[in-house]
Design a protein around this ligand. Sequence first.
Ligand SMILES: [Zn+2]
Ligand SMILES: [Zn+2]
Length: 797
Amino acid sequence: MSKKTVEINIAGIVQGVGFRPFLFNLAKKLKLKGYILNRGNAGVRLILQGESKDIAHFIKDVDIKRPKISFIEKLEVKELLDKEIFNDLEIKTSEQGRGISLTLPPDIAICDNCLMDMRNSELSKYYMYPFIACAICGPRFTTVTELPYDRERSTMIEFPFCKQGKPSCFHEYTDFNNRRFHAQTFACSVCGPNYKLFNKSKEEIKKPSIKEILKETAERINKGEIAAVKGIGGVHLVCLADDDDVIVKLRKRKGERKSKPFALMIPNIDIIDDYFKLSNTERELITSFRRPIVLLERDKKSEFSYISEQVAPGLNNVGFLLPYSGIHYLLFDFIGEKPLVYTSGNASNIPMGIDNDMIFDQLQNLADFYLLHNRIIHQRADDSVLRIHDDKVKLIRRSRGYVPEYLPLPFEVDIPGAIATGPELAVTGAVLRRNRVFPTQHIGNVTNFETFESLKDALFHMKKLLQIQDSEIKYIACDAHPAFITTKLAKELASHYNVEVYPIQHHFAHVLGLMAENKIPIEEEIVGISTDGVGYGEDGNVWGGEILLSSYNGYKRLGHLEYQPMIGGDRCTKYPARMAASIILKNLGVEESRKIFGILNLHNDLEYKEDELKALISQFESAKNKFPSENIPLSSSTGRILDAVSYLLGASDIKTYRGEPAMRLEGLASKGNPENVNLNIKDVVNNGTHIINTSELILDILELLKDPKNTRKDIAAKFQKELGYSFAYIAIEIARKHGIRKIGLTGGVAYNYSFSKVIKEAVIQSGLEFLEHNLIAPGDAGISTGQLIGGLFRYLS
Ligand SMILES: [Zn+2]
Ligand SMILES: [Zn+2]
């Protein structure tokens, strides 16, 4: 028999997820001797001695049997030749490895064992206790103030373990064989946080037990009241999902939220199984420890009577999530088996409240009563939102359950730290540590004070978690838009840290993120299709339908949508009719356009009706066909073309939330058949740049609408496919010409399934490789990652 000694170093998210007890028990079973050392941020080191085959067995099992929530980035094994003999297997005291990796996991949904304990009436300390947790479940990111991850550096410090009960919490925490050994966020009904009920006037509604609290909550919700329920990463507004009146009431109270969809929480997956066609990947994700909101497509055949039409008006998908904390399960125990609206509790455009006073303050006109707990939420984290295209994850909002996981870059980098501030709408920030990118939780639109402050707070918190010193920040990256508030922030930070600021073009940043997550080697180029609503172009115009020949070092713009005027600038974004009118005016002139506007009743869809149409036409006339001009920027945005088409096809007349016209167009198209309609989109080559002719496209659609045989849904379906095909076709041609093997799709329009699918199929059919997002958001929330990468190559050059 051959005995040997090995040193194993494991890096990744291996702390705070029950990883050490797992390693210990595994080694013990295989009769291995030696020790296990927790090296803090540097991961875990094991010295193991035993039979070669047992050591090999151990290494194999680490990967197969490890806790699902751990993440191993690197596992290195080397044989040790010295002859030290170990008689035992032990866990050695922690060593503080500094600054090599962050090993904090995200917030983890309550596990099955804890759920069982919570429902076991014989376990008095845990029975119906919503804050139950263990070493492999419970909150992490939202409660941790600093690393290394320990109870003292979390908001649980206010709740010292009790020494009552059998076993006591203190005993469970210190017993290596207990599944709560070193679990930092657990507590029991004796020593832990608790829920209280409050009425609209912030007065406590006193109840003798959690059972009575839940009963009252359920009764009120079933009566049609709107509850504010504080949870893991913030507060939610909760109400019935099958009652039109209740949802209309919620929309009215929210003010600006006229039709933005609400997410629904369901007690279990069975109740939607017959109505939504869940793929294996969707099922896997919705039930995973991350518990995100997953957008599911309605099955066309059956109607799901549990949901009011008011939940997601005009859309072909609805967002669902499963319970992830004890309180959710307990609520359903009392409310019954039906979906509930479960939406972030914030006034429009302001970050969700996390502190009880803030919650009372923000929600006084929104909630009828409050169910709040007394644990501090250190970092806000909304529920994550995503949809699945075939088996790939398209993150829309990357927050709870994902943050602070990182993206390892596919090349060696030895830079201690850098910061990217993101774009302006749908923002995340990001921090670089060596070769790892750590995006912050989703922040959203930062044009108001509160959200902007929360971006700064999230960035500084991430920097602190990563233990990056001020002197270690080597550069700041931001968007190329000179007027963005995040660009100003980047300049301030750069001067504070005394480093350079690198503005990175918006669509190039999208492509860079895509390249990194697809592990493109440093010397390779790809063709990136970058399609979205708006990004500042190098020529000062509004870009958004771009085909970029890209390397990590830079890009060439070799294709884009034709420039169209946006008469009145940003007003075109809010009122799709304005965008349609701009394109029609540019191509047909005033007289001809007036006739068409009359047929469309276009003035009806402008805020100030006839007056606004008059003003719009005179603005156009005074520019004398010279664009861009004052108040008439030029745009190659895909989003604006989708808006215009969505309007012409009657899917959307006003944008009340980001992406609404495009999403409604997708909803309409999902019912149509593209084969019933004839539509071709053409392009021209101008100085080596392909330009997709969107003028002719709009005129063709107006022609199609004249024939009643062409239904709007069929035209919508055909248009989405054709648009995807033109991008694909040009990208393939560019790739062939430059000997490139990979074409990728990124930007917010990539969320549109049929558009993406056409591009993917065309690229694969042409024998090239298709790159898509699976780890970072295709939309603007993914931009900060790309900015860091773009900045890195500027810094290194
Ligand atoms: Zn658990
Ligand atoms: Zn206790």
